[in-house]
Design a protein around this ligand. Structure first.
Ligand SMILES: C[S@@+](CC[C@H](N)C(=O)[O-])C[C@H]1O[C@@H](n2cnc3c(N)ncnc32)[C@H](O)[C@@H]1O
Length: 293
């Protein structure tokens, strides 16, 4: 079913009246997005921060009279009608639209991440088939890419791996493909846990991985611990992640901005010898080796 979409630049004010006016005019859904390029990183728990300039996109049924609804909204909001852009859009599985640009990608020497069904004709390629579903983690983001390159370069034979904040499961599953013996993948997002299970099954790795909520992580230690989260949670989780890393074990931390790297490294130094591994697009990845007592 096609839709009519109205896009309204709500500027720096409260977008709630614009949102309400759209629903009153018959909108089926309203989406708020960043009208400029002002990322909101690490909001406080329970907070729903907005950007300094908000764009409101409202979807109406396809049969809606675009000119009439634009004129009515312009009048009720006191806006000139040229500030409201009307367009027809076709129905699609919007949350999966970006997947059409997802192609097999190589990380390091041998590791490839490929969307399901796409062939990698490269001798010696280690291929992980992946569909992130609604979870984070395809390798297209710099933080995931740096982690995958680190894994490709690590001797993983027989190792037990913990992926803390697994998203799509990409890191844990790549580690298994690269020779790790077993993996545990935890997250706080049910969609991430579902995506990781599905990706494990898709790759025939279901028996080698244990996927569970982060709160249910059992006591124990792992030889390799991967955590691509954000700086705030990484700092708060330092004692827990340290306890989950075996003595002499390897740690990889990502999801921190370059300027956050010193604070995150400092939080882990009581247990680990820390160093920077790589930096890309403003993000830094840190590695550590846990000290032996
Ligand atoms: C940036 S994504 C990384 C996904 C994947 N590991 C990758 O490298 O692409 C971060 C993931 O960490 C999860 N996460 C955030 N805070 C967490 C916490 N305190 N404990 C466990 N997982 C957490 C999020 O739900 C999200 O799936």
């Amino acid at each position: 079913m096609p839709f009519l979409q109205l896009v309204i630049d709500a500027g720096p004010g409260d977008p709630a009246p614009v949102e309400e006016a759209c629903f009153s005019a018959g909108a089926l859904s309203v989406t708020l997005t960043d009208a400029a390029d002002d990322p909101v990183l690490e909001p406080a728990p329970g907070a729903t921060p907005l950007w300094p300039a908000v764009r409101v996109s409202a979807l109406f049924p396809g049969g809606t009279d675009g000119a009439a609804v634009t004129a009515s909204l312009a009048e009720s909001l006191g806006l000139p009608s040229h500030r409201i852009l009307a367009e027809r859009v076709e129905d699609r599985a919007w949350e999966r639209e970006w997947l059409k640009d997802f192609r097999p990608m190589r990380f390091g020497r041998r590791l490839w991440i490929a969307p399901g069904g796409q062939e990698v004709a490269e001798p010696g390629a280690v291929v992980l088939e992946l569909d992130p579903g609604l979870a984070f983690g395809t390798g297209t983001h710099a933080t995931t890419a740096m982690c995958l390159e680190w894994l490709d370069n690590l001797e993983l034979g027989g190792r037990r791996v913990l992926d803390f904040g697994c998203g799509s499961g990409v890191l844990a599953l790549a580690a298994l493909r690269l020779g790790a013996q077993r993996a545990v993948a935890v997250d706080i997002d049910p969609q991430a846990l579902a995506a990781t299970q599905e990706n494990a099954a898709r790759n025939g790795l279901g028996d080698a991985i244990h996927v569970l909520h982060a709160d249910a992580l059992p006591e124990g230690c792992w030889d390799v611990v991967l955590a691509n989260i954000l700086a705030g949670p990484l700092v708060r989780l330092a004692p827990r992640i340290a306890a989950a890393t075996c003595e002499g074990g390897r740690l990889l931390l990502a999801g921190l901005l370059d300027e956050q790297a010193p604070d995150v490294a400092a939080a882990y130094r009581p247990w680990f010898h820390m160093q920077a591994f790589a930096a890309r697009d403003g993000w830094t990845a840190l590695t550590g080796r846990k000290s032996t007592e």
